[in-house]
Design a protein around this ligand. Structure first.
Ligand code: SAH
Ligand code: SF4
Ligand code: F3S
Length: 412
């Protein structure tokens, strides 16, 4: 009998890539995926703990599975990822219906973890899943920074860069199974260095793989965007002109307290250099870090005006146990909420303004449906006629409506 597994992933793209990897180990043991919880024999929950809310969502899903398991006690529950790493054995005590806990640091040993549980048949040939148009490839695990608010280094451990040869082989496999767009993943992805292979080298090599039309990456850290990096990528049109570059705060003082390793001015310089090479920038911002004053918050608002982001994801500061900032006095919740509201008001128009800036430009659009695709800078484009999915079409942008661009063919 085939085992049907339901997968619920929380958190960042790295977790999505890890879920795929864990599924490959399950499929080597005869499992197939299902989107229907009622017919599933096993559930894999891949968790996030970056903010309290993220962890809470995963735990409440786990709690709800108690009833699901009671319907059939043979069912299997696997609790994996960053919250599993943080909570360790305590989660197994609190939720006795849980079968396997597999923390984020142990992803390389997931196959052994399954074997030790004796709940699955022995692994056969590792199945190779076919890729969609877009595929993730993890290039490094862990993080060597110690941003004072962040729990990621403690749940993912220090940086380990994967060998370039393995990364290229993996990207090639995904391209052969249909991926046109490869996204390279790591918590400080642009810090990648393996022997003489720099991050820019790696991007260029992945872009040369037959079938690969576009290479993206996430998340970079501002300090690794050097002139050498820009020199290395600026002439390669397959490297997407979009960077998700978290700033966290617009105040140099708060950035120092966060131990981010750059000032407001340095961040703006990096943004400017990237924009000069045609990159559009999106970002993450935290409001209400414990030492953030009204003036610091105003600095964040003015930074948003100056940086011309295409999008900004805004979060209320959430204290994480064991991090240095969790020792500091919290700001009152109402201040966090007021600041979040003000910031959300400020960032609301960013996407529309960025879409408007594209009008009149020529774009290379990677078709995701016969009618619609995404530009190199990650804007949605509606085409005048149908094209083959997966092809890249050069077109002129005629107009923008909210968050959609309308194109005509370049030679019309
Ligand atoms: N490695 C990436 C970020 C990974 S975490 C980087 O350094 O840029 C994803 C985002 O979650 C961060 O950019 C930050 O904005 C947010 N975040 C991390 N810890 C947080 C916390 N304690 N409270 C609120 N937001 C947090
Ligand atoms: Fe967290 Fe900072 Fe590492 Fe990003 S760079 S994962 S924010 S510690
Ligand atoms: Fe969350 Fe872990 Fe990613 S804490 S943001 S899933 S690295």
């Amino acid at each position: 009998m085939t085992l049907k597994v339901f997968i619920q992933t929380y958190g960042c793209q790295m977790n999505e890539a890890d879920s795929e990897e864990m599924f490959l180990h399950l499929s080597a043991r005869g499992a197939v995926r299902t989107d229907n919880l009622d017919e599933a024999d096993a559930v894999l929950i891949n968790t996030c703990t970056v903010r309290d809310h993220a962890e809470h969502r995963a735990l409440s899903f786990l709690g709800r599975l108690c009833k699901w398991k009671r319907q059939n006690p043979q069912r299997i529950i696997i609790f994996a990822g960053c919250a599993a790493e943080r909570l360790g054995k305590s989660v197994q005590k609190r939720y006795p219906h849980l079968n396997i806990t597999a923390g984020a640091k142990g992803i390389e040993h997931f196959s052994d973890t399954l074997d030790k549980s004796a709940l699955f048949p022995k692994a056969g040939q590792t199945a190779q899943a076919s890729s969609g148009l877009s595929a993730y490839v993890t290039i490094m695990r862990g993080c060597n920074f110690n941003c004072t608010y962040c729990i990621v280094p403690s749940v993912r451990g220090p940086v380990k860069c994967l060998p370039a040869a393995d990364i290229l082989a993996e990207a090639k496999r995904k391209a052969q199974s249909g991926a046109k767009e490869i996204t390279l993943l790591g918590q400080t992805v642009n810090a990648y260095q393996e022997g003489t292979v720099s991050f820019a080298d790696l991007l260029n090599r992945v872009s040369e793989i037959p079938g690969v039309e576009r290479v993206r990456f996430t998340s970079p850290h501002p300090i690794y965007f050097t002139p050498d990096f820009l020199k290395g990528v600026k002439d390669n049109p397959k490297i997407a002109r979009h960077v998700h570059l978290p700033v966290q705060s617009g105040s140099t003082r708060v950035l120092q307290d966060m131990k981010r390793g750059y000032t407001r001015e340095i961040f703006l310089e990096k943004v400017h250099a990237l924009q000069t090479c045609g990159f559009e920038i999106s970002t993450d911002i935290i409001v209400g870090f414990p030492t953030e004053t009204e003036q610091d918050f105003q600095d964040t608002l003015t930074l948003v005006d100056q940086a011309r982001f295409m999008a900004a994801y805004c979060f209320k500061y959430s204290p994480r146990q064991g991090t240095p900032a969790a020792q500091m006095q919290l700001l009152p919740q109402n201040i966090l909420e007021e600041r979040l509201d003000m910031l959300l008001n400020k960032v609301r128009g960013l996407a529309e303004a960025a879409y408007q800036r594209q009008v009149g430009t020529t774009q290379q659009v990677l078709m995701e449906t016969p009618a619609k695709g995404r530009s190199s800078s990650n804007f949605w484009v509606q085409m005048p006629i149908a094209y083959e999915v997966g092809s890249v079409v050069s077109c002129k942008i005629d107009k923008a409506e909210e968050t959609l661009l309308f194109a005509r063919n370049e030679h019309d």
